[in-house]
Design a binder for this molecule. Sequence first.
Ligand code: XMP
Length: 333
Amino acid sequence: MATNLRPDSMERITTFAQAEAFIEQQIAEVRAQVGDKKVLLALSGGVDSSVVAALLVKAIGKQLICVHVNHGLMRKDESEGVVKTFRDELDANLIYVDATDRFLDLLAGVSDPERKRKIIGKEFIEVFADEARKLEGVSYLAQGTIYPDILESVKAAEGKKAVKSHHNVGGLPEDLQFELVEPIKLLYKDEVRVVGEALGLPHAMVYRQPFPGPGLGVRCLGAITRDRLHALREADAILREEFSKNGLSEKVWQYFIAVPDIKSVGVKDESRYEGWPAIIRAVNTTDAMTATVEEIPYALLHHITYRITHEVEGINRVLLDLTPKPIGTIEWE
Ligand code: XMP
């Protein structure tokens, strides 16, 4: 582990000039490491994998093969944004896999949160491995490991217990063993963002709020159904749009909608209208271990409630979650 630790002499990257120097140094290191071999990367669209992808496109161009797996649990327009940025704008080699049906079929009827996570994590690896097996001559796997991940694994090795299993791309099967390329493994998140901006990635991508690996799967509470997942995605898009318009998207650490598998009675067009509630969660934290609730102005809450209940089929109430962490976790599952 010692070789993975950040040397005391390493300066914190806060400026563009420092980021550019870091990028140049990593380009040289990656080229020296991989030569003319191909490198594979699971590109989720999150900050870390996006920064690694942009860095490697600069270093090795089409030798990098990005695979974006859409598990059907992404937020509205998110996968499209990944394709637009990387394939259209950066001219990256990108394989887009729409695996929505594979995931949603496996998740049908499964209500236990940890089982849902395990199914999503395992299937993710299988879809990614299926794509990797179709390719020839890949020797390396790039990963968006960052310094807190390294510190976390040090803790895990010391036997500290996690509340939820936050695994994303875990170990690949035996037949797919690659050497790792981890160009940002010594960086903290704020440094990754500075590097991302210096690489020319869109601001919204670099400052994207954290999004769990299992995606909307842990926000469509209980057994996921396509209609409730659709309602959740639309309601979440409205919340994000309103937060962005009202200057909250860069102020609030994480904000989203959760939709439980509960129906209540409502009234619409003078008829009985049964629907699900959309629960707003908006929290601030520095390390995700504890969190406080953002005080959203009431006028904005009324506006969001109006929009969600009028624009989203199947939602007839909007609720606000005022619970700090602890006692509530940030996600509902
Ligand atoms: P909790 O709900 O544990 O969340 O308070 C803390 C932070 O972790 C994120 N989270 C996950 N991230 N896979 C992930 O990659 C997961 O299974 C997962 N569960 C929670 C959560 O969004 C919050 O930022």
